[in-house]
Design a protein around this ligand. Structure first.
Ligand code: AMP
Ligand code: MG
Length: 407
């Protein structure tokens, strides 16, 4: 049995970012950029109108007001999408819609509401004095050409998508998503929807794994309940090892008579880096590799599997996808925490802000078979080994569950 810290180092040494692929912009939601994104042109790209109205020379509108209108000759109009080759001479104005290029010679726009309107014939009454630059979006005022808009390793959300499209990116370079195989093993496991026979239970771990894998951004390529049977395990795992970047299994890695998973991994040439970590729950954690695949064997108890995924698999998948790996933050205990003498203790819990400080309390259900302890949780609380209860007011570490915000 090795310490959690040592185990983390061992896993970290075996992680690398997956390679890069080029994909279409419309398929890039949620993916992680493998390149810095520069502005290919300034934004705005050309001076254009911020309002619907009339382009004018500001000096021509001096002292204009409702009772003292200035009359300008209307020479035409530009709309968004027009090339913008109109030229304005003194005493002239032009209709100019939002987004339209500003005619040469004009240096301001007067809103249509401050004029006699579009249908005033060959002349237009201007009711408001303009100043140079009024209602003009200046070329480059938002972004200069060449500015880095989005940094490499950023996950693409609506903001990044929109920005990429704004600058005409049709394709982007992203890190490949990990292909994962999810396996639950146990003769007792039955799929929801089937009738339970005496002694059977429903498989819940694959549902937890499946949702977590999707949330972190992995691609699930294999998913199955496999019996505690060496042949069946061999068949599933040998295929998983050839087709996937990561194999995540639940169950069958403990000391039970029918816990064959570790043995099968060995048979299949997996290099074992660790088995059994000083943690509760989840002591029988297995981690191994082949040339191209990482293998996480998590024990089957639902809390061990869920917490094991969040503590060990989730950060590894983040690392492989090139995103910043989510870490832990300190919080102060509002309830005592049941420490373990020689193991790191993980419990689902709640964390919230109190007087500007992060506080937390562990779930009162502490059994590794009690998945309902996850229901109200927004974090996993962890505490290193030590004697007795850790008292209220002491500091522990929390890992946020990213889909459950701090209230
Ligand atoms: P194991 O790690 O195989 O010794 O399993 C430990 C406990 O977790 C046993 O009570 C199993 O019935 C339970 N268990 C194993 N796999 C699952 C699963 N996929 N869903 C729910 N419970 C499970
Ligand atoms: Mg089992």
């Amino acid at each position: 049995m090795i310490t959690v810290e040592k185990a983390r180092n061992i896993v970290a040494e075996n992680l690398k970012v997956l390679n890069i692929q080029q994909i279409k912009l419309q398929e890039s939601a949620g993916r992680v950029l493998a390149e810095d994104i520069p502005a290919l042109f300034p934004m705005p790209r050309f001076d254009n109108s911020a309002m619907d109205g009339f382009a004018v020379r500001a000096v021509d509108t001096a002292d204009a007001e409702k009772d003292n209108a200035v009359t300008l000759k209307m020479i035409g109009g530009v709309s968004a999408g027009d090339p913008g080759d109109l030229v304005l001479k003194p005493g002239e104005c032009a209709q100019c819609m939002t987004g339209a290029p500003i005619p040469q010679g004009a240096d301001a726009v007067v809103m249509v509401e401050d004029t006699s309107g579009y249908d005033s014939g060959g002349t237009v009454q201007i009711y408001l004095e303009a100043y140079p630059g009024k209602h003009i979006r200046r070329k480059g005022e938002e972004i200069s050409e060449g500015d880095v808009l989005i940094q490499k390793k950023t996950r693409i959300t609506p903001a990044e998508m929109g920005t990429l499209a704004t600058f005409g990116y049709r394709q982007v370079q992203v890190y490949r998503n990990p292909r994962v195989a999810l396996m639950a093993t146990g003769d007792e496991l039955v799929k929801p929807g089937q009738r339970l026979q005496p002694g059977q239970i429903y498989n819940s771990n694959l549902f937890v794994f499946g949702d977590l894998a999707k949330r972190v951004g992995a691609e699930i390529t294999m998913e199955e309940i496999v019996a505690d049977d060496t042949q069946a395990l061999h068949a599933f795992l040998s295929q998983a090892l050839t087709e996937c970047d990561v194999v995540i299994s639940s169950g069958g890695v403990s000391m039970g008579r029918h816990d064959y998973v570790r043995e099968i991994f060995m048979e299949l040439g997996v290099k074992e880096h660790l088995w059994q970590v000083a943690q509760k729950p989840g002591k029988p954690l297995f981690f191994g590799t082949t040339a191209d695949t990482l293998i996480f064997g998590l024990p089957g108890n639902p809390v061990s599997s869920f917490i094991g995924f969040m503590e060990w698999v989730w950060p590894a998948l983040e690392k492989m996808m090139g995103v910043t790996v989510s870490g832990k933050i300190p919080a102060i205990l509002e309830e005592p925490f049941p420490r373990e003498p020689v193991k790191t203790r993980f419990l689902f819990g709640q964390t919230w802000l109190k007087d500007g400080k992060l506080v937390c309390r562990p779930s009162v259900k502490t059994g590794s078979h009690m998945l309902s302890s996850s229901l109200d949780a927004n974090c996993i609380i962890s505490c290193g080994p030590g004697d007795g209860l850790l008292a209220i007011g002491e500091q522990v570490q929390v890992r946020m569950l990213p889909w459950k915000p701090i209230p």
